[in-house]
Design a protein around this ligand. Structure first.
Ligand code: G4F
Length: 332
């Protein structure tokens, strides 16, 4: 929108409103929404025929890795065949020479990693139903590029976080809990694998890189990452520090605990329920190609800044919730 585009989006029908994260745009009529679903090819084709887009960014997915173990078939339908449906729709309405397509591929493709850090040439080893489906999405995008000469490309994105991140992804789960614990609205936070390593970047910076990939002269695939990795434990410690709580970790495995150094209270526990049947635990991207070919800055927002942005945003939310609770007490 900042670049002057007319932006259209596809929204799945739900019986309750699910637009909280874009309501500020809807209010300003800044985005045009169409009812649709990646599992429905006739609808996708109709939308693409009506809109006649110059660029398509396919960011739609069943994007939760752990959930993909519970809904593997649905994840495959949307994350794999959904990509094919878009590519075919673009061909069927005759836009294959003019419409550029960006496919949101993922560092989960590297999965049980065969090289550290991971770059464009690192072999894939997907390690969840989600990643296996995304592998199809990657290759079908490349296939349509090679078979039909379409400008169809993959951004292989490492984890991209922000204050709008879904609440059941680990970073947001941590920052929401840190804010609520600091405001005495919650006692504890339960997490899974604290040793897992991620290359976490700021979503806003990554969207800029997606756009650069589509403006490039030639259609090519790129890794988008910061080039730094940290553990879930480190993210937790930094997020709690941002809201004024110093944590020290003691013990190991399921017995590990995060303890408030001031009060001695246990604030973080490990719960087996958050472990995955197979977990990807060493993601670390090498953004050299994006930096040198596209001129993108992988460190525009640093890891420390990212944790601060998210933690302070969620502290404010918690403070509002606490104030409301206090005001309600007065009324009662
Ligand atoms: O935040 P996560 O759920 O993200 P994950 O699985 O890395 O996937 C995200 O990033 C991918 C890009 O690399 C995207 F393709 C994907 O769509 C999604 O956006 O988990 C991160 C790590 C995992 O190793 C997980 O086992 O954190 C570990 N973890 C530890 N405790 C937890 C928890 N994850 C969640 N969701 N909840 C926990 O309590």
């Amino acid at each position: 929108m900042e670049k002057g585009y007319e932006v259209h989006g596809i929204i799945r029908r739900a019986s309750i409103s699910n637009t909280a994260r874009i309501d500020h745009l809807i209010e300003k009529n800044a985005v045009i929404l169409h009812d649709g679903d990646l599992s429905d090819s006739s609808g996708i084709t109709a939308i693409i025929r009506n809109v006649q887009p110059d660029e398509i960014y396919n960011l739609a997915a069943q994007s939760h890795v752990q959930v993909s173990f519970d809904v593997p078939e649905y994840s495959g339908d949307v994350d794999a065949l959904g990509v094919l449906r878009i590519l075919e729709a673009v061909r069927n309405v005759g836009l294959e020479k003019t419409c550029r397509i960006y496919q949101a591929s993922t560092s989960e493709l590297f999965g049980k990693v065969e090289e550290v850090p991971q770059r464009e040439t690192t072999p894939f080893h997907p390690y969840s139903p989600y990643a296996v489906a995304k592998q199809y999405g990657f290759w079908i995008t490349k296939e349509y590029r090679e078979a039909y000469g379409m400008f169809a490309v993959n951004g292989i994105l490492f984890n991209h976080e922000s204050e709008r991140r879904g609440e059941n992804f680990v970073t947001r789960k941590i920052t929401l809990a840190a804010g609520r614990i600091a405001c005495s609205l919650q006692e504890k936070l339960q997490l899974g694998n604290l040793d897992s390593l991620r290359d976490w970047g700021y979503a806003k910076d990554y969207v800029e890189c997606m756009w650069l990939i589509l403006q490039h002269d030639t259609p090519e695939d790129f890794v988008i990452a910061t080039g730094e990795q940290h553990t879930v434990r480190d993210f937790t410690q930094k997020a709690f520090a941002a809201v004024g709580i110093e944590l020290r970790f003691e013990g190991s495995g399921l017995e590990e605990k995060g303890i408030d150094t001031k009060t001695g209270k246990v604030l973080v526990e490990v719960n087996e329920a958050w472990y995955r049947p197979t977990d990807v635990d060493n993601l670390w991207g090498d953004p050299t190609k994006a930096r040198t070919v596209l001129g993108w800055n992988p460190q525009k927002t640093t890891y420390e800044e990212l944790v601060q942005i998210m933690a302070l945003h969620d502290l404010k939310l918690a403070q509002k919730e606490a104030a409301l609770k206090e005001a309600m007490k007065g009324i009662e």
